[in-house]
Design a protein around this ligand. Structure first.
Ligand code: PLP
Length: 476
């Protein structure tokens, strides 16, 4: 910087930072140096550094976030419309036509592949070391007894911690009415087995997480898809009208940070959904495993918080926030609790105690809350960076979800793009995405993809998104 030049120092500095942003030395949503650090490094006064940032803020290049600092503003995603939710005739499907369900694997760690397909956080974002230490400490504490079966319903320390945390979801779960499970997957399996018999019909959201559809199919259950609104979730009118015509045994929903659409059902809709189900005594299976990941603000209330009849079976896990491989989930099965414990005995005879103890200690020691504070912000940044890159790389016609939590994006492409074909072409370039039809029981969402933002932004991911955009342009 030239102190004697006619251009004031703060403007020279602003131009310098602007150039760094334009040349992508700082990328969308990245934090800029603190005012103090900038002043020290650039040998200017603090007011000059502040004025430089204020200038860039006026230009719309950066934003100030209270108590956090200055950030590079993501390119305009605000003008990109949200995905549509095409009306559908509620038609029961036996799921026999849902071949694409086997496409996406969350255990696929092929180092050459840029995995934007599976909704898993990058392991280097997770507290694996801290949990590993707690796991070893628990193993040392138990000594020779560490190899024993644990209690069928799960270790009491974990059930206590889950009950304590349920206060933040607007509930007061009782530890002895919780059963620890092998991830949310087993929780949902037990819930379905407790409430349905083979051949029964279950209401699902359309679109919904393909793993849930896979479970229905493998259990010989049928799906009745009900559309979702990208902002408010399950279409309650369509649900009421379907329930007048069809007998269903359960309603299976993801009300908080839905996978793949990202919405949170407003509280009034949650209350109304519970009322509709209670009027017909239909159990609701609530899959709540993203709820601890709001990008800002408090955790949204669980659907079960509105449940006066104990008809909601709340299923969740620690897979999406801290430890997918520990396979620790849980179910608060309401009036089906005893039946669920019996099914748990038949299904897996209890969880391994050590991972449960490690997670219980992590929760009790405050590590989980501390971790969540930074992880939520990382998710927000990664989602914003992905939105920016998709907008910059994809051809016209793109529509994008705006999740306020979690790390998946639901993208609608031009109607002419076949996402199954895009999936195959991307695979040949070592890029994984989740094609739209996997999220439906009837082959819908042909021109949709789900993109996972679970990994810290990198040049590799950016290049992969550019390649995807090119493939999508060639396919449309
Ligand atoms: C909505 C939803 N439910 C359940 C699961 C499975 O969770 P878990 O790994 O705890 O079994 C996932 C994983 O992607 C999911 O996204």
């Amino acid at each position: 910087l030239k102190p004697r030049a006619t251009e004031p120092l703060y403007r020279q500095l602003a131009r310098r930072i602007e150039s760094a942003i334009r040349h992508r030395a700082y990328r969308a949503e990245e934090r800029l140096p603190s005012v103090r650090r900038l002043a020290r490094e650039q040998r200017v006064s603090i007011p000059t550094a502040l004025q430089a940032y204020a200038t860039l803020e006026r230009l719309g290049l950066i934003v100030a976030r209270p108590k956090s600092g200055f950030f590079v503003r993501a390119p305009a995603t605000a003008s990109v419309p949200p995905p549509t939710s095409p009306p559908i005739a509620a038609r029961i499907s036996d799921l026999s036509q849902t071949d694409p369900l086997t496409l996406i694997r969350s255990d696929d760690y092929d180092p050459r592949r840029v995995n934007l397909g599976a909704a898993v956080p990058s392991p280097d974002r997770l507290p694996g070391k801290a949990l590993g230490r707690l796991l070893s400490a628990a193993a040392r504490r138990l000594g020779a007894t560490g190899v024993n079966y644990g209690p069928l319903e799960g270790v009491p320390a974990l059930r206590r911690e889950i009950a304590r945390r349920s206060l933040t979801a607007g509930l007061a779960l009782q530890p002895d009415r919780i059963c620890v499970t092998l991830g949310a997957t087993e929780a949902v399996t037990l819930a379905l087995r407790a409430t349905c018999s083979p051949g029964d019909t279950v209401v699902v959201e359309s679109p919904t997480f393909f793993g849930l559809l896979r479970q229905l199919r493998e259990m010989g259950l049928k799906a009745l898809p009900i559309p979702v609104d990208p902002g408010t979730g399950l279409d309650l009118e369509a649900l009421s009208s379907a329930l007048r015509r069809t007998r269903v045994s359960a309603i299976l929903v993801i009300p908080n940070f839905h996978n793949p659409v990202g919405f949170v059902m407003p509280e009034a809709s949650k209350r109304e959904l519970v009322r509709i189900a209670a009027a017909k005594a239909i159990p609701i299976i609530e899959d709540d495993l993203y709820a601890d990941l709001p990008h800002a603000g408090p955790r949204p209330k669980a659907l079960k918080a509105f449940d006066r009849e104990d008809l909601v079976l709340l299923c969740s896990s620690f897979s999406k926030s801290i430890a997918p491989g520990y396979r620790v989930g849980y179910i608060a099965g309401g009036r089906w609790h005893e039946r669920i414990v019996g099914l748990k005995k038949a299904n897996s005879s209890g969880n391994p105690p050590l991972p449960s103890l490690a997670i219980a200690d992590y929760l009790a020691g405050g590590g989980y809350d501390r971790f969540l504070r930074s992880f939520r912000e990382a998710c927000r940044v990664q989602v914003a960076q992905m939105q920016g890159a998709l907008v910059a790389s994809f051809p016209a016609g793109l529509r994008l979800s705006r999740p306020e939590g979690g790390y998946v994006l639901w993208c609608e492409l031009a109607p002419s793009v076949d996402s199954m074909e895009l999936f195959r072409r991307a695979q040949a370039e070592h890029i994984a995405i989740a094609p739209g039809p996997t999220f439906s029981s009837d082959g819908r969402y042909r021109n949709f993809i789900r993109v996972s933002c679970g990994h810290p932004w990198s040049d590799r991911i950016e290049a992969a998104v550019r390649t995807l955009g090119r493939l999508a342009a060639a396919a449309s």
